[in-house]
Design a protein around this ligand. Structure first.
Ligand SMILES: NC(=O)c1ccc[n+]([C@@H]2O[C@H](COP(=O)([O-])OP(=O)(O)OC[C@H]3O[C@@H](n4cnc5c(N)ncnc54)[C@H](OP(=O)(O)O)[C@@H]3O)[C@@H](O)[C@H]2O)c1
Length: 279
């Protein structure tokens, strides 16, 4: 599901590269808010359903909460029921926004959730719907954060586009997170399929930084000479509250995969050298 979104398109690329048979399902033909749209998939007897679709407009969700919930909560519930009916394993993605972002220690999977935005609340409701609907061994939820990759609006692309336009750049220095490459997240996801993994996993690249440090690293790696000024979040008031310190700890994922999760600057470097970015 969501095969033409930023993450979904990378998953599709990697499934193809691995010669794994799959059916790319895209919106609006397959619409989580219209469960009947999933019916043609029954005859395909899916063994795994990967859901990369979601309502992802974080700020808009504050005024469109019904829409956010209809996709991220009710739609996910319908998908979990469908997975139960056909006996498929369900792989779903969630977000660091299920946490408040107040913990300077970072978060493990079992930590208390406390979303501060409608988007985060709707994604948490989706997690709960899966847990209530499917037996424990039949689902995986990967909580990720600060995603970037080809085929999507993301911070890396925005920074390079703005630098290319010669715009002065001011970037927030008081929000800390884990930049994560869709290429790495897709690799972990597909690798997990050949393990008995189940439950919730935090799935982000290793290391942490502020948006400002992220921007500086992007420009250093691309050898773009641009002045960047660090600012606090007050400089860019947003409708939805973002977690200030959203560090997801990935030990559980690393153990399940039996390899180390690589650091975000290394993943960024691969992304920047693999794709032609618009400037
Ligand atoms: N991007 C991030 O920084 C980030 C961070 C943490 C977690 N996540 C999670 O990671 C996952 C992938 O995110 P992404 O950035 O790849 O999202 P994305 O690029 O916005 O892709 C979402 C996809 O879902 C589709 N969609 C929207 N409403 C739908 C519906 N009712 N039924 C079926 N499909 C629908 C969209 O179609 P249209 O484009 O046609 O609307 C789009 O193809 C999501 O679960 C998201 O919550 C993302």
């Amino acid at each position: 599901m969501g095969a033409d979104g930023m993450l979904g398109s990378m998953l599709a690329t990697q499934l193809t590269a691995r010669s794994m048979a799959f059916t790319p399902c895209t919106y609006p033909e397959f619409d989580l808010t219209r469960p009947e749209s999933l019916r043609p998939l029954v005859s395909l007897h899916p063994t795994v359903i990967i859901n990369a679709s979601a309502y992802t407009a974080v700020d808009l969700a504050e005024t469109e909460s019904e829409k956010a919930y209809s996709v991220n909560a009710d739609g996910v519930k319908a998908l979990a029921l469908f997975a139960k009916e056909v006996g498929a394993r369900l792989i779903h993605f969630s977000t660091d926004y299920v946490f408040s972002g107040q913990s300077s220690q970072g978060y493990v999977e079992s930590d208390v959730t406390e979303p501060a935005s409608v988007y985060g609340q709707s994604k948490l409701a989706g997690e709960q719907a899966i847990r209530e609907t499917l037996p424990p061994l039949q689902w995986i939820i990967l909580r990720t954060a600060w995603l970037y990759g080809p085929n999507g609006k993301n911070f890396v692309q925005t920074m390079l586009t703005m630098a290319g336009q010669g715009k002065p750049l001011r970037v927030v220095n008081d929000q800390i997170g884990c930049p994560t490459y869709t290429g790495d997240l897709s690799t972990w996801t597909l690798d997990l399929l050949s393990t008995p993994a189940s439950g919730i996993y935090h799935a982000v690249n290793a290391g942490t930084c502020s948006w400002y440090a992220f921007a500086i690293t992007i420009f250093e790696q691309q050898q773009v000479d641009v002045k960047v000024t660090p600012v606090t979040s007050d400089a860019f008031p947003s409708v939805a509250k973002r977690p200030a310190y959203s560090i997801l700890k990935t030990q559980r994922l690393s153990q399940a995969l039996n390899y180390k999760i690589r650091k975000w600057p290394e993943a960024l470097s691969e992304y920047l050298s693999s794709f032609t970015l618009r400037t």
